[in-house]
Design a protein around this ligand. Structure first.
Ligand SMILES: [Zn+2]
Length: 66
């Protein structure tokens, strides 16, 4: 399950198991796309949880503070 690693510098799609970019010669990140996707998903769920938390607090906390 290794997609084509995209170069971070020139955005050139390289074949799998390639350690350097074929176009610019810069080293490619090892499975950076997969890790980035996982991190993005975790961040999305964090935002969803934070939104739910804020909505719950909005209705749960008393409003007559002032
Ligand atoms: Zn490149």
């Amino acid at each position: 399950m290794s997609a084509q690693p995209t170069c971070l510098y020139c955005q050139h799609a390289n074949p799998a198991n390639q350690s350097e970019c074929r176009q610019c010669g810069m080293p490619l990140p090892a499975e950076a796309g997969l890790a980035g996707e996982r991190r993005l998903r975790r961040f999305t769920w964090f935002c969803v949880g934070l939104t739910i938390f804020c909505v719950v607090m909005f209705f749960w906390l008393p409003r007559d503070i002032a």
